[in-house]
Design a protein around this ligand. Structure first.
Ligand SMILES: Cc1ncc(COP(=O)(O)O)c(C=O)c1O
Length: 467
C-alpha cells in the first residue's frame, strides 16, 4: 500500500509522514497506518474543537504494525455488535453514506474558502442529496431544463476518447485544465470565488474516464491559486482497485495530493460507512466556524471494526496486487476482443476498473447504446452482471469484486465475445458470416433500438453494485 501523505492533528508521532487519518464522522479519529514501520497513537478529536482532545479513558487502543483497533472495555465485541447492528439496520444508518462524505467535503471547502462556488466535471455523479445533485450533471442533465444553481460550474470531462481534447491532442492535460482555469477566471470576473473543484479520480458513472496524467496537478494549481480546494472523490475507485496504487488519484503522479479525499463503497465492503480525509489546515478552518459537525452513527465502533477488517483483508489477500494482475489480464483479453469486434471503440481503465466503449462507427464514434444495453441484458441472462454507463450509456463498466480471478476474466470475456459476434452479425456491422451464430441472432438493429431498457445501468449508480 502506498501511504497517504497527511500528518494529522493530535497524532503523537508523525515522523515518517506515513500516517493517514480517516475522519469517519463527527467524533472519532480512526487512524490508519499504511506504513510497515511506524504506528502512532491517535488522539480523538471533534469537529469544532481546534485542539483535539485526548482519548477518553474508556477507550483503549491496540496498536500493531498493521494498525490500531479500538477496544471497548464496557462490552464484549459480540454484545457491542448486536447492539449496534440493530441501530445500523435502521434507515438512519444510511446517513453514513458516501453522499454524506461529499456533502461534508463541500462544507469544508466552503468554510475554508468563504465561498459557495463549485467546479464539477461534466457527467459527474457525486451523490443523491440536494447539495450533490446540484453538482452532478449525470443527474441534473435529466431534469427537463437541465438546470443547476448559478454557483455550480461545469468543466468538460477529461475524456481523451470522445471529449473535447482527444488522444491526438499534443497536451490534453493542459487543455482540459485550462478549461477549469477559464471557468475560475469567469467566476472571479463576476466578483465571486471558487470554493472547490471536485472530481472522481477516475470518472465512473461518467463513462470510466481516465484523465490524462498531469491534469489534476494543473487543475489543483489553478484552484489553489484562486483560494479554493481540490476534492478527490474516491468513492468508487479507492482502496486498491486501480492496482498500481491504493488511491486512484495517485495515478496522476507522486506530486499530486488532493486537499480533501472522500471514500465510500469499498471501505465497508457493503457496510454503510464513508470517510472524509483532509489536511489539518482545512479541518481547523472548519473547527473555527464554531459549528460542530454532529452525526449520530458516524464512527461507531462496529463500523470502525468493519473498516479495519476490510483493510486487513485487502492487505492479507493482496487484493491491490490482484487488481493489478487480474485487471491487466482482463484488459489484455479485451484488447484482443477489440481487434476482432468493430463494435468496440475503446478499452480504458486501470486495474479492476475498466471501461469498454461500444460504437457503431469507429470514426464518427456513434454511440452503440442499444447494443450496449443488449450486451448487459444478454449477460444478465447468463448470470453475469455488468452495467452500461457514461453519457450515452454505451460504456460497459467492469468493476468486479476484488476477488475476481483470471478464470472469471476468461469466462466473462468469452461470453462477451459470443454476444458481440451475434449482435454484429444481426446488425450487419460485420459482413463475415459467423459460425454457429446465425441461428441464434435474436434482434435486428431496428429491434435493438426499440428494446426496452433493463435498467441495469441505472441501478449501478444508484448504489447497487452490479459489476
Ligand atoms: C462517485 C460517487 N460518489 C458518491 C456516491 C454516493 O454514494 P451513496 O449512494 O452511498 O451516498 C456514489 C454512489 O454511487 C458515487 O458513485
Amino acid at each position: 500500500m502506498t501511504p497517504l501523505k497527511w500528518c494529522v492533528p493530535g497524532v503523537s508521532t508523525c515522523t515518517t509522514r506515513r500516517v493517514g487519518a480517516i475522519w469517519t464522522a463527527s467524533t472519532t479519529w480512526l487512524t490508519w497506518v499504511t506504513a510497515t514501520r511506524t504506528w502512532s497513537r491517535p488522539a480523538h478529536g471533534k469537529w469544532g474543537s481546534s485542539t483535539p482532545t485526548r482519548a477518553s479513558s474508556t477507550t483503549t487502543w491496540c496498536c500493531t504494525l498493521r494498525g490500531c483497533r479500538p477496544r471497548c472495555p464496557a462490552a464484549s465485541p459480540s454484545s457491542t455488535l448486536s447492539t449496534l447492528v440493530t441501530a445500523l439496520s435502521d434507515p438512519h444508518a444510511l446517513l453514513n453514506s458516501r453522499s454524506e462524505a461529499n456533502d461534508l467535503a463541500l462544507r469544508l471547502a466552503r468554510q475554508y474558502s468563504g465561498s459557495q462556488d463549485i467546479v464539477t466535471l461534466d457527467n459527474a455523479y457525486h451523490g443523491h442529496v440536494t447539495s450533490l445533485i446540484e453538482i452532478s450533471p449525470y443527474k441534473f442533465h435529466h431534469k427537463p431544463n437541465a438546470s443547476h444553481p448559478p454557483f455550480v460550474h461545469v468543466a468538460p470531462s477529461p475524456d481523451v476518447y470522445r471529449g473535447k481534447y482527444r488522444r491526438d491532442h499534443p497536451d490534453a492535460a493542459k487543455a482540459y485544465a485550462d478549461e477549469v482555469r477559464d471557468i475560475i477566471r469567469q467566476v472571479q470576473s463576476k466578483g465571486s470565488k471558487v470554493a472547490a473543484f471536485i472530481a472522481e479520480s477516475l470518472q465512473s458513472c461518467g463513462g470510466q474516464v481516465v484523465p490524462p496524467a498531469g491534469y489534476f496537478q494543473r487543475v489543483a494549481e489553478h484552484v489553489r491559486q484562486a483560494g479554493g480546494l481540490f476534492i478527490a472523490d474516491e468513492v468508487q475507485v479507492g482502496f486498491g482497485r486501480v492496482g498500481a496504487h491504493f488511491w486512484a488519484f495517485q495515478l496522476q503522479g507522486d506530486d499530486f495530493v488532493p486537499d480533501i479525499v472522500t471514500m465510500g463503497k469499498p471501505i465497508g465492503n457493503g457496510h454503510p460507512m464513508s470517510c472524509v480525509v483532509t489536511s489539518r489546515e482545512v479541518a481547523q478552518a472548519f473547527a473555527t466556524s464554531g459549528m460542530e459537525y454532529f452525526n449520530t452513527f458516524g464512527g461507531n465502533p462496529v463500523s470502525c471494526a468493519i473498516g479495519l477488517a476490510v483493510l486487513d483483508v485487502i492487505a492479507k489477500e493482496d487484493l491491490q496486487g490482484r487488481a493489478l494482475r487480474v485487471g491487466g489480464y482482463l484488459t489484455s483479453l479485451l484488447e484482443k476482443l477489440k481487434e476482432k469486434h468493430p463494435l468496440i471503440g475503446d478499452i480504458r481503465g486501470r486495474g479492476l476498473f475498466v471501461g469498454v466503449e461500444l460504437v457503431r462507427d469507429r470514426t464518427q464514434l456513434t454511440p452503440a447504446t442499444a447494443e450496449a444495453n443488449e450486451v448487459i441484458c444478454r449477460l444478465k441472462e447468463q448470470l453475469v452482471l455488468l452495467s452500461a454507463d457514461g453519457p450515452h450509456r454505451n460504456v460497459l463498466k467492469f468493476k468486479p469484486p476484488m476477488c475476481f480471478s483470471a478464470e472469471d476474466a476468461d469466462f466473462v470475456v468469452g461470453k462477451l465475445d459470443a454476444i458481440l459476434t451475434e449482435i454484429e452479425a444481426a446488425t450487419g456491422l460485420k459482413s463475415a458470416s459467423i459460425k454457429n451464430g446465425e441461428n441464434n441472432v435474436r434482434k435486428t438493429m431496428a429491434e435493438l433500438d426499440k428494446h426496452t431498457p433493463c435498467h441495469l445501468s441505472d441501478l449501478a449508480c444508484r448504489g447497487v453494485e452490479l459489476s
